[in-house]
Write a protein that binds this ligand. Structure first.
Ligand SMILES: [Ca+2]
Ligand SMILES: [Ca+2]
Ligand SMILES: [Ca+2]
Ligand SMILES: [Ca+2]
Length: 306
C-alpha cells in the first residue's frame, strides 16, 4: 500500500509540474510566460540562453539571429534552442534557400515562438518574438508585415486555421479563421504567409496584444529607415489567447492535438520569407518518461512482493 501511495504522490507532482498557470494577454508584459523571459527587457541579458527559457507547460522554439553562418549582420550565432519549460536542447536552424537567414538581417528575423494551454483546457496562448513592429516595414515591394499565425491542430502538416495579426480588407485583426488556402510570402520561400478564409466570419476573435520589447544597446525606433545590425532594431512581442473551440481542439490538450498526434504552430515574416519558425508540440512528450517511472515502480514492487 505504501508503494501505491507513493505512485499517487508522483502522479500529483507530475500533474502540478505539467500545468501552466494562465497567461495574461494585454498586460504589455511577457514575464507571465516565465520569470526568465523578463530578462528579454534587459539589454545586458537579451543574448543569454537562459533568458529565453519559459515556465513549465510552455513549448517553445528560439531561432534568434543566425546559427548557420556569420556575416555583416550577424557576428555571433545568437540563441537556437527548443523544448518545453526548463527542458530543452540546442537546435540548428534550417535554411530552405541555402542562404544565411534571415536574409537582410535583423529586420527580417522571427526570433521565437511559445505555445501553452491553461489548466482548465479552455485556451491556447501563443507568444511570438519578432523584429517587424505593428506599423510594418517599408520595402520596394510595399509596406510589409509579419505573416499570420498558422495553426495545424492535428499535426498532419496542413494548417487548417490561422490568426490574423494585422487587419486586411475583409479580415478582422486577431480573428481566428478557418483557412481555405495560404499565400506564400513575396519571394515564395515561406508556404504559409497570408491566409484566405474559408468563410467570411471568423471562428472567433482572439485577445491579442502587440508591443515593443527593449532591445540591445541602441534601439532605433524608426521602422522605416533602420540601421542594420542585431542591436539596432527594436523587437516586438505578439501575445494572443483564444478558445480551443475556435480551432477544433475543444477538450484536447495541445500535446494531444485534435487527433492525438500533437499540434503545430508556424510563423514567418513576409518578405525574405525563409525565416519561418515552427513550434511542434509532440504527442504526450512530458508524460512518457514519468509514466515509464510509474510503470517501473509498480513492476519493482510487484517483484518485491513475490
Ligand atoms: Ca502577458
Ligand atoms: Ca534577432
Ligand atoms: Ca530567426
Ligand atoms: Ca492539419
Amino acid at each position: 500500500m505504501k508503494a501505491y501511495n507513493l505512485v499517487i504522490w508522483i502522479t500529483v507532482l507530475i500533474v502540478i509540474t505539467m500545468t501552466a498557470s494562465a497567461i495574461n494577454v494585454g498586460d504589455g508584459d511577457i514575464s507571465d510566460w516565465g520569470t526568465n523571459l523578463g530578462n528579454l527587457y534587459d539589454a545586458n541579458k537579451w543574448n543569454l540562453e537562459g533568458s529565453w527559457v519559459p515556465k513549465a507547460g510552455v513549448y517553445f522554439v528560439v531561432e534568434n539571429d543566425n546559427s548557420t553562418c556569420q556575416n555583416s549582420y550577424y557576428t555571433s550565432p545568437g540563441i537556437h534552442i527548443k523544448g518545453a519549460g526548463s527542458s530543452y536542447t540546442s537546435w540548428t536552424e534550417q535554411s530552405p534557400t541555402g542562404s544565411c537567414q534571415p536574409i537582410g538581417g535583423e529586420p527580417w528575423d522571427v526570433e521565437a515562438l511559445y505555445v501553452t494551454d491553461d489548466n482548465n483546457n479552455q485556451n491556447i496562448s501563443i507568444l511570438a518574438i519578432v523584429s517587424i513592429g505593428p506599423e510594418g516595414w517599408n520595402t520596394t515591394a510595399g509596406k510589409l508585415y509579419i505573416c499570420d499565425i498558422a495553426i495545424d491542430p492535428d499535426n498532419d502538416g496542413t494548417y487548417e486555421y490561422g490568426v490574423i495579426i494585422h487587419p486586411r480588407p475583409g479580415l478582422q485583426q486577431w480573428g481566428v479563421y478557418e483557412v481555405a488556402s495560404w499565400s506564400p510570402d513575396f519571394q515564395g520561400h515561406s508556404q504559409f504567409c497570408y491566409l484566405t478564409p474559408s468563410k467570411n466570419d471568423p471562428e472567433g476573435v482572439a485577445k491579442g496584444d502587440y508591443f515593443e520589447l527593449i532591445d540591445g544597446l541602441n534601439p532605433v525606433k524608426d521602422p522605416v529607415n533602420p540601421a542594420p545590425g542585431k542591436d539596432s532594431i527594436p523587437n516586438w512581442a505578439v501575445e494572443v489567447t483564444f478558445y480551443k473551440s475556435f480551432v477544433g481542439m475543444q477538450g484536447f490538450s495541445i500535446s494531444q492535438g485534435s487527433n492525438n498526434h500533437g499540434s503545430k504552430y508556424y510563423l514567418s515574416e513576409a518578405y525574405c520569407g525563409n525565416d519561418a519558425i515552427t513550434n511542434e508540440v509532440p504527442e504526450f512528450p512530458l508524460l512518457l518518461i514519468p509514466a515509464g517511472i510509474i510503470v517501473g515502480f509498480f513492476y519493482y514492487h510487484q517483484r518485491k512482493k513475490k
